[in-house]
Design a protein around this ligand. Structure first.
Ligand code: FES
Length: 94
């Protein structure tokens, strides 16, 4: 994660959150690890990635268009830069 206080390796078949945990790093909040609770919200500011299913009550289509995703559902295909975001109250979509 360029521009942040930590960096870690992540393979393409591993989520960002799992890679962070395996590397013993912190910075992104860890919850269900399943795309449902929303505590691992981040904004991807640079890099390519794909995503798995994310709960729409946590990540709207507008969020996704702006790079706001759930780290437990992000699978990078290049180096990624990101910023952790606070949890949004359920049902408060843009
Ligand atoms: S840890 Fe719960 S949505 Fe990612």
């Amino acid at each position: 994660m360029a521009g942040a206080s930590t960096a870690f390796d992540c393979s393409e078949n591993q989520s960002l959150l799992d890679a962070m945990i395996r590397a013993g790093r912190c910075g992104i909040k860890v919850g269900c690890r399943n795309g449902g609770c929303g505590v691992c919200r981040v904004r991807i500011t640079q890099g390519r990635y794909s995503t798995g299913k994310m709960t729409r009550s946590r990540i709207s289509e507008g969020d996704e268009a702006e790079g706001v995703v759930l780290a437990c559902r992000v699978f990078p295909s290049s180096d990624i830069s990101l910023e952790p975001l606070p949890l949004r109250a359920k049902g408060c979509l843009k």
